[in-house]
Design a protein around this ligand. Sequence first.
Ligand code: ADP
Length: 623
Amino acid sequence: MPKETIEFKAEVAEVLNLVIHSLYSHREVFLRELVSNAADAIDKRRFEALTQTALGDPAGYAIRIIPDKKRKMLTIRDNGIGMTREELVQNIGTIAASGSKAFLEKLKENQKAGVELIGQFGVGFYSAFMVADKVEVWTKSASGSPAMLWISEGKGGYTLEETEKEKAGTDVILHLKNEADEFLEDWRIREIVQKYSDYVSHPIHLEGEKEEVLNKTTAIWRRPKTEIKNEEYEEFYKYISHDTEGPLAWTHHTIEGGIEFRLLLFIPQKAPVNLFHEESPGLRLHVKKMFVTEDLKELLPLYLRFVRGVVDSEDLPLNVSRETLQHNALIPKMRKQLTKKLLDLLEDLAKNQPEKYAAFWKEFGIALKEGVASDFENRDRVIELLRFPSSKTAEGETVSLADYAGRMKEGQKDIYYIAGANRAACERSPHMETFRTHGIEVLYMTDVVDEWMISALGPYKDKKLQSITRGDLDLSNLGDAKDKKEIEKQQSEFRGLADKIRAVLQEEEVKEVRVSSRLSESPACLVADEEGLDANMERILKAMKRTVEVSKRTFEINPTHPVIANLKRIHEKKADDARLGPWIKLLYNQALLAEGSEIPNPSEMVQGISSLLAEVSADSGKS
Ligand code: ADP
């Protein structure tokens, strides 16, 4: 096949450009990325060779770094799986489509985030262009197809041609830029490899002034805990996660009895931008030390997708494909133990290092909420790990359900919550008034998944989770709250006005009008049924572009508010007073605005306000 010139996909060009410019101060990571690709390629070949012996390399596996000062070239050589022509075009000419858009957007938003993003999105290879103005990839697939040579100067595209290469594997040759010749120095290469790649499980040879092996190749998870320094755990985490920051916490165990495996699990400090992508990498599964896969989703429940780490099984068979692995009966058993150890870690943080737990919650709480609905076996443990802001916590702080229950008011039976877009929206809601006045704590549910989670949660230790924007709240048994009799009395006193209001609002989404026990400052508010959509749910569904069938709500009036008291008087004097209609409509629109909903007809409201102002100013003009 003749030499071809192929253009980069548009995204590649853009990513390249951004990678080169935004990562420049961290450009040494190019070596980590290329070494890590080489190690992955060796893992793949070694794994394939388990079932197809002919694919293996009897000479043993290694990564070689070969500086050539005279020609300003740096070669990273592996005897891994290599690439066919198609694989080369597919892997090096395009960027994994799933993440690349998100990657670009994030990178534009925050150039500094680049170093962390680079690993998450698999743009590792392109980092070579930070130090090289030309890159050659010589590769031959272990499957035996012809060797290929890929050459690019990082602008526009690359050339591709068949070539000769004796052994399977890949050579990546970097023609270093003038200002990058530090990467030809033995000491510099040694420093970078030891910093970033010490845990690569294949030997990394430096073929410089003298030949040496740079890394320890020990499996950290197989060493006794007592001998491992925190820094070692941190560096290992960075190596497997491509994170620049260390982990928030980790747990390291050997499981024995029944099944035997080692686990080393990490919780990152920050949630990756693609946390909720299907693609997020899982645990690295090893069998008797040998790396097998990191795609085995069955190892952890989905809601723990933020966990990074290594599992090393003594029992799984080595010579099986990844596909049959996922049906192996040991996997659910391992998953059970892994989940347990992770929850142990979280409980320990929550109890003994609450600041760390708070940091965890801020990043990953939303993932844990999924567990309430999906992890039936552990739901009670997950529920205790939930945290919520509330009317009694300072900005940024949270409370657990256990703490809430522990400080409930005497006579209080339910756990109260309000769902809203954010803390401020919850605080501002008129529904909060009576709770504030009576000092009753209300949880703020500000994540979109919250109400869905609450329906999965059910009661917490016999205490119902009660939305304060729904249903006919009965606060009468709370000592200082309004008592039932009084409300009933007001209910009948205001019956006439309530009927009038209902008649005026019959076109609107109102089905009932009643005296409120939840208001103290506002004249009126809207309340959903226990099962109906409240304003927040409506907002969320609309944002998801779902067609919303609004259920009619109850309009509650505050009998102690002067506006309501005056309306009652006007109505008693003259039931068909012409002012009542427009004023009631104004009250209704006001209630909609107060809960953050859109009003159906803003111009009608503006007109209403104008004529009201005209009337009031005319009145005061007279006096
Ligand atoms: P990532 O490694 O995160 O997938 P890269 O851009 O670094 O992203 O590499 C893209 C793909 O190219 C890899 O997933 C792999 O399939 C292939 N590749 C890169 N380097 C090598 C290599 N040395 N040997 C075999 N395949 C490689």
